[in-house]
Design a protein around this ligand. Structure first.
Ligand code: GLV
Length: 308
């Protein structure tokens, strides 16, 4: 089949790898100036709206990212088009790594040691008592499951919460709106890896975050719009929350002058927790294209009504 590549990423870095992984398919860079190609598939990341007006034969999009919230919000997205999202593709392990880093930075006081070094101070912190650091993973898809398993393997008490019930060995799995209060009430470090949907937008707010254990911390690697940023700042100021590690923001790049830049209780990174790795992503797309071309069910397909 014919597949167009429509992404602001440099096609030079992607086309040879996609062509090599998909012999027998035609892969070209989408060119809005040229006549439509009639392509049936498109490999996309944040595609421009004109793609859908120009290439009217598109049946399926292969998204070069795990999150599809931005695409699903596009009013120009044709209703019948299918979307396959990146399946793991090295994303889960990176995000698990980030969660470990952020949790240990807080729980073992590595952030304190950074400040101590700058001040020339030698001051060991008390040892880590894991039972005082119950972790709650919000979202138990493939990424959340990996995060929960990795943290449980480090002997932290781990619970996970998801829309529908999951079973993960060594992790207390809770589900549905009814169990959210109990999940929050036993959690000191909340790791958010939910997909952004109408049901999860703003889920990290004063009401939910103030149900966490005292001295709680938030690690947000989902989407900026999950968090009501002002509520977090207020809860930090009130001493209700102790800190936050944030990789995603309502506006990215984080605007200059935003309080997160200078607040010592907030540790920020520029949306790098899970980056798209080219070789792994190409492998995932090639698998999905193969399934689609053979008329098989495509893995990682998005349920549009559900939002992920
Ligand atoms: C990154 O945020 C992604 O959705 O892949």
């Amino acid at each position: 089949m014919h597949i167009v590549f429509a992404s602001h990423q440099d096609p030079g870095a992607w086309l040879p790898a996609l062509r090599e992984a998909l012999p027998g398919h035609t892969i070209t860079v989408w060119n809005p100036q040229a006549p439509p190609t009639g392509a049936e598939g498109a490999v996309v990341w944040q595609p421009p709206a004109e793609l859908f007006e120009h290439e009217r034969n598109l049946k399926i999009l292969f998204n070069l990212g795990a999150g599809v919230d931005a695409i699903l919000r596009m009013p120009q997205l044709p209703s019948g088009i299918r979307i396959a999202r990146l399946e793991d593709a090295g994303m889960a392990v990176q995000i698990a790594e980030y969660a470990v880093y952020a949790l240990l930075r807080i729980a073992r006081g590595f952030g304190v040691y950074e400040r101590d070094q700058a001040a020339g101070r030698w001051q060991p912190q008390p040892g880590l008592l894991r039972r005082l650091w119950p972790v709650g993973v919000l979202g138990l898809g493939s990424v959340g499951e990996r995060v929960a398993r990795v943290l449980a393997a480090l002997d932290f008490p781990v619970a996970g919460w998801s829309r529908s019930r999951r079973a993960i060995e060594g992790v207390q799995c809770m589900a549905g709106a009814d169990e959210l209060p109990a999940f929050l009430a036993r959690t000191r470090v909340l790791v958010n890896v939910l997909p952004l949907t109408d049901a999860t937008r703003g889920i990290l707010n004063r009401r939910t975050l103030s149900q966490l254990l005292p001295d709680a911390c938030l690690i947000n690697v989902g989407r900026g719009a999950h968090l009501v940023e002002q509520d977090l700042l207020d809860l930090l100021d009130e001493g209700r929350l102790a800190g936050a590690a944030l990789d995603v923001f309502e506006h990215e790049p984080l605007p200059p002058g935003h309080r997160f830049w200078s607040d010592p209780r907030v540790h920020i990174t520029p949306h790098i927790a899970g980056t798209t790795l080219r070789d792994e992503a190409v492998e995932s797309v090639a698998r999905q294209v193969g399934q689609y071309a053979r008329g098989e069910p495509v893995s990682g397909i998005v349920e549009r009504a559900r939002g992920y």
